[in-house]
Design a binder for this molecule. Sequence first.
Ligand code: DX5
Ligand code: ZN
Length: 222
Amino acid sequence: MDIKIAPSLLSADFAHLADEVKKVEEAGADWIHVDVMDGHFVPSLTIGPLVVEALNHVAEKPMDVHLMVESPENLLDAFAGAGAHALTVHVEACPHLHRVLSSIRDLGCKVGVALNPATPLSMIENVLDMVDLVLIMTVNPGFGGQKFISFGPQKVESAHNMIAERGLGVDIEVDGGINRSTVASVAAAGASILVAGTAVFGAADYCEAIKGLRRAATRVAR
Ligand code: DX5
Ligand code: ZN
């Protein structure tokens, strides 16, 4: 499985976002992970489509937009228009998940569905064949720099089995507390898109940080 490292801009220097994007791209990032928070679904408030659009002029790598918002259906057009490559919505924020995922597909973006740590995988059983990626949160969303939740790898493994049993080509993304010590456990369980905020932007050398994550994950990837 091809490993992708997706640095999360949440931990970047917000006064120099364009430079941060260029720096992580030069350091080997595969995707740029953008955390959109609305102050309702999660307490924090971050960035909107205007910033994504501005960054899209600078970024050469795909923008991986993680929508931690209530009623994401109201924002899909705007983020797709801003240049998002992948749009991921939370199952907890979507009573009409099937409709929301169909809308993302119609907009021409990669379709992602995210689950909070306490949300069971059974919530996405009926829509698994509609998505390109399943994002398993390994912290409760809202903040960078939190501690990795220990049952993350088990959940990734269950998702991997569920996808394999159905013969689907869905990628598993993990987000939260991913660093050099935790990355192998999720990669070995089947995750291939690895989001890392603090572990990349908190490092003195972004290139070394990305290389270290990729090396540890590739060694054990399924
Ligand atoms: C959490 C966000 C993550 C976060 C990860 O709500 O979705 O993308 O930035 O940060 P770290 O890697 O520091 O846990
Ligand atoms: Zn995220």
